[in-house]
Design a protein around this ligand. Structure first.
Ligand code: HEM
Length: 447
C-alpha cells in the first residue's frame, strides 16, 4: 500500500535558489501575492530546503499551540546563541521551561507598576529633548528611549557613563550582527554551528563585548545583592541564589537576550505608531481627549482604552516581527499536510494581520476604533499575534503594551507629530524596521 503525501502548493521558482530571490526582492509584497494566488499554506523552496508559510489563523494555532512540542526555535533564532549564549529566547523543551519559570518574577504586576514609573519619567524627558532639538530619525530616538528605559528597569544602581556607553554600543553591535546578511545566511544554512567556531574580526569584537557585558552585569548583580532594590535584577536574585536556580552565566545570557528582544521590537512598535499618528491627526486628537480626561498622573492603563487600541492597531499593521518561525523536530500533520523533521514553518503575522478576511474591507486602514467595536467571538483567535502565541508567547507582552501606551499618553499631553514625507520604506531582517532614517516633525501641543 502506498501512502499519499499531500504537498502544499508552491510558487514557481528557479533552480537551486527556488523562491528565495523573489522573496528577497520584496519580503512584504511577494508573500502577500503567494497567499492570494496559492492559498493559506504555501511551500517556499530555497537551496534544497522547504519552508511552509502559514497565511491563516487556524494553521498558526496548529503550529504554535497544538504541535508546539514537535518543534524548536528556527535556525535564525537558535543562531543567536552562538553570539550571546543559550537563553530563554533560543531554547525549547524542558530546559526552556525551567528558564522561563525562573524569569517569571521579573514580569509580575508589582514589577510592571515600578517599570511604568520609569517609562513615564523617560517619556517626559524625551518630550523635552524633542522640543529642544528636532530629531532627525525618530526610530533612532525610540531605540534610545527604549535603551534608557530598559537600563533603569534592569538596575536601580547608578551606572557609570562609560559602562552605559559600552552597553549601548554593545546592543547596537549585537543587533547589527544579528541583522547582517552574513549571519542570517550562515545560521539558516548551517544552524549557526560553524559560526561558533569562526575566528573573524567580527567574532573577536563580539567576544570582547561579551566580556565587558559580563563584567558590568556581574557588578550590577553584586550591588543588587548587597542592597536589593525594586529592579529587574533584584527580582531575579531569589531565582539565582538557590538549588536548581539560574547559574550565573544563565542569568547573564537571559538579561542580555531579554534586552535585545525588548529594545528593537518595542521601539519599532512606537516608531510606527508615531508615524501613523502623524498621518492621522484625528486619531491623535482622540488620544489627547482621552488623556485630557485624566486629572492626575497617568498611572492607570485601564483608563486609556483608546490609546491601548492605537498601540494594538499599530502592531497589527506593522508587526515588529514579520512572522514567528519554527523548525519541526518530529513529524506531525498540519491542516492535512505532512510536516517532517527539518522542515521550517513561518506563521506570517504580516500577511494575516492585514487580510480582509479577518479584518474587513478596510484591513489596510489605520482605524483603532475597530478594537473598541470588536466582538471577540467574531474574529479568529490567531488573526492578531504580534507577540506570538502558545507557550512561547512573548514574556514581555504586558511590559511592551504598558510601555507603548504610557509613552503615547505622556506625549499626547505635550506634543504634536507631523509627517512630512511618504510612509517609510521598510526592510525585514530579524525584525521589520525602516530602511532609511525617518524624519518626523514634532511641535508643542497648543493648549
Ligand atoms: C512590541 C514589542 C514586542 C514584540 C512585538 C515582541 C514579539 C515577540 C514574539 C513574536 C515572540 C515569540 C517568539 C517565538 O515564539 O519564537 C517573543 C518572545 C519573547 N519576547 Fe518579545 N516582543 C516584544 C517586546 C518584548 C519585551 C519588552 C520583552 C522583555 C522585556 C520581550 C522578551 C521576550 C522574550 C524573553 C521572548 C522569548 C519567550 C519564550 O520563548 O519563552 N519582548 N516576543
Amino acid at each position: 500500500m502506498t501512502s499519499q503525501v499531500r504537498r502544499p502548493p508552491s510558487p514557481p521558482g528557479l533552480p537551486l535558489v527556488g523562491n528565495f530571490l523573489a522573496w528577497l526582492r520584496d519580503p512584504f509584497g511577494i508573500p502577500e501575492r503567494w497567499a492570494r494566488e496559492h492559498g493559506d499554506i504555501v511551500a517556499m523552496h530555497a537551496f534544497g530546503s522547504t519552508t511552509l508559510m502559514l497565511f491563516a489563523p487556524d494553521p498558526v494555532g496548529e503550529l504554535l499551540v497544538k504541535n508546539e512540542a514537535s518543534t524548536r526555535k528556527s535556525p535564525l533564532t537558535r543562531g543567536m546563541s552562538c553570539i550571546t549564549g543559550d537563553s530563554v529566547v533560543t531554547i525549547t523543551g524542558e530546559p526552556w521551561k525551567r528558564r522561563r519559570r525562573l524569569l517569571d518574577p521579573a514580569f509580575r504586576n508589582a514589577q510592571l507598576a515600578r517599570y511604568a514609573r520609569i517609562v513615564r519619567r523617560h517619556a517626559e524627558r524625551y518630550a523635552d529633548r524633542w522640543l529642544a532639538t528636532p530629531p532627525r530619525d525618530i526610530h533612532a530616538e525610540t531605540l534610545e528611549f527604549m535603551f534608557d528605559s530598559l537600563v533603569d528597569v534592569l538596575t536601580d544602581a547608578p551606572l557609570g557613563v562609560d559602562d552605559r556607553a559600552i552597553l549601548r554600543r554593545g546592543f547596537e553591535v549585537f543587533w547589527a550582527d544579528f541583522s547582517s546578511r552574513e549571519f542570517v545566511a550562515l545560521s539558516q544554512m548551517t544552524n549557526g554551528e560553524p559560526y561558533r567556531r569562526l575566528v573573524t574580526p567580527r567574532r573577536w569584537r563580539q567576544k570582547r563585548l561579551l566580556a565587558e557585558f559580563d563584567r558590568i552585569i556581574g557588578d550590577l548583580v553584586r550591588r543588587a545583592r548587597e542592597a536589593p532594590g525594586e529592579d529587574l535584577l533584584s527580582a531575579l536574585l531569589p531565582s539565582v541564589d538557590r538549588d536548581g536556580g539560574l547559574a550565573r552565566h544563565e542569568l547573564h545570557e537571559d538579561v542580555i537576550t531579554v534586552i535585545l528582544a525588548a529594545q528593537e521590537t518595542t521601539a519599532m512598535g512606537l516608531t510606527m505608531a508615531l508615524d501613523l499618528l502623524a498621518r492621522h491627526p484625528d486619531v491623535w486628537a482622540r488620544v489627547q481627549a482621552e488623556v485630557d480626561a485624566i486629572a492626575g498622573d497617568l498611572d492607570d492603563l485601564a483608563a486609556l482604552p483608546y490609546t491601548d487600541a492605537v498601540a494594538r492597531e499599530a502592531l497589527r499593521l506593522y508587526p515588529p516581527l514579520w512572522g514567528v518561525a519554527r523548525e519541526a523536530i518530529a513529524p506531525f500533520s498540519l491542516s492535512g499536510y505532512s510536516v517532517v523533521p527539518g522542515m521550517l514553518l513561518v506563521a506570517a503575522a504580516w500577511v494575516i494581520q492585514r487580510d480582509p478576511r479577518w479584518w474587513g474591507a478596510d484591513a489596510l486602514t489605520f482605524r483603532p476604533e475597530r478594537w473598541l467595536e470588536h466582538n471577540p467571538n467574531t474574529r479568529p483567535r490567531f488573526a492578531w499575534f504580534p507577540f506570538g502565541a502558545g507557550p512561547h508567547l512573548c514574556i514581555g507582552m504586558r511590559f511592551a503594551m504598558m510601555e507603548m501606551v504610557f509613552a503615547l499618553a505622556t506625549w499626547a499631553r505635550r506634543l504634536r507629530f507631523h509627517a512630512e514625507s511618504a510612509p517609510p520604506a521598510l526592510t525585514t531582517a530579524v525584525t521589520v524596521r525602516p530602511r532609511h532614517p525617518m524624519p518626523l516633525r514634532i511641535t508643542a501641543r497648543a493648549l
